[in-house]
Design a protein around this ligand. Structure first.
Ligand SMILES: CC(C)(COP(=O)(O)OP(=O)(O)OC[C@H]1O[C@@H](n2cnc3c(N)ncnc32)[C@H](O)[C@@H]1OP(=O)(O)O)[C@@H](O)C(=O)NCCC(=O)NCCS
Length: 177
C-alpha cells in the first residue's frame, strides 16, 4: 500500500509477513527505550557509532518529537500473532534551515534483520523525504557496514562516498517516486 507521493505504508516480506510504516509519535518513547535494549552491541555501534546503552529523557523526547517535515522518523511495525510490534526506525533531520540534504539513519532489531524490513523502511523514508521536498540525503556509515552500503547503492538514484577515518560520509540522490 502507498501513501502520499508513493511512500509505502505497508509491505509484504518474502516470507509473507506484513510490515507497516508509520510516522513516529511522542507515545513511542517507551518503544525506543525498550527497542534499544533489544539491540546487540554491534547493531548499536553500527547505528550510533558507539555502543550506546541508555537514552536520557531529553534524548528520547528529541527523538520522538519531530515536526514531520524538516525532521521525520518512521517506525516499522511487524505483524506477529495478530498484533503489530515496532521493530525498526528510520529518520532524517535537517541540521539547519538551509540544509538541503538532511542526515538520515536507520536501525532494525537484530532478531528480524535480513528479512527485507530495512530495505522497505528505507524506501518509505526516502519517499517521505521526497514528498517533503528533499532530493538528497546524507549519512555517516561505518566503513565495515557492507550491508548498509550495499543497500544504499541499490536503493538510491546515485551515491557519493567520501572516506572520513573509519567511516564514509554518504551523499545520495533520492529515487523518483
Ligand atoms: C542495515 C539494516 C538497517 C538493514 O536492515 P535489514 O532489515 O537487516 O535489511 P534487509 O533484510 O532489508 O536486507 C537488505 C539487504 O542486506 C543484505 N543482507 C541481508 N541479510 C544479510 C546478511 N545476513 N549478511 C549480509 N548481507 C545481508 C542483502 O543484500 C539484503 O538484500 P536482499 O533483500 O536482496 O536479501 C540493519 O541490518 C541494521 O539495523 N543494522 C545495524 C544498524 C545499521 O547498520 N544502521 C545503518 C547506519 S546509518
Amino acid at each position: 500500500m502507498a501513501g502520499p507521493g508513493g511512500a509505502p505504508t505497508e509491505a509484504v516480506l518474502h516470507d509473507g509477513t506484513v510490515v507497516r510504516f508509520r510516522p513516529i509519535e511522542p507515545a513511542d518513547a517507551p518503544l525506543l527505550e525498550d527497542g534499544l535494549a533489544r539491540l546487540s552491541e554491534r547493531t548499536r555501534r553500527l547505528r550510533f557509532h558507539s555502543a550506546v546503552t541508555h537514552l536520557t529523557d531529553a534524548q528520547l523526547r528529541h527523538l520522538v518529537d519531530v515536526d514531520h517535515h524538516d525532521q521525520e522518523a518512521l517506525i516499522a511495525d511487524l505483524l506477529e500473532d495478530g498484533a503489530y510490534r515496532g521493530v525498526g526506525v528510520a529518520r532524517y533531520a535537517r541540521r539547519s534551515p538551509d540544509d538541503d540534504a538532511p542526515e538520515f539513519a536507520i536501525v532494525v532489531e537484530d532478531a528480524v534483520q535480513g528479512r527485507g524490513i530495512g530495505r522497505w523502511l528505507l524506501r518509505a523514508l526516502f519517499a517521505t523525504a521526497r514528498v517533503n521536498g528533499f532530493t538528497r540525503l546524507t549519512a555517516e556509515v561505518l566503513a565495515e557496514n557492507d550491508r548498509m552500503l550495499r543497500l544504499l547503492r541499490e536503493e538510491s538514484a546515485g551515491l557519493e562516498l567520501s572516506r572520513v577515518a573509519g567511516a564514509y560520509h554518504v551523499e545520495l540522490e533520492l529515487p523518483e517516486a
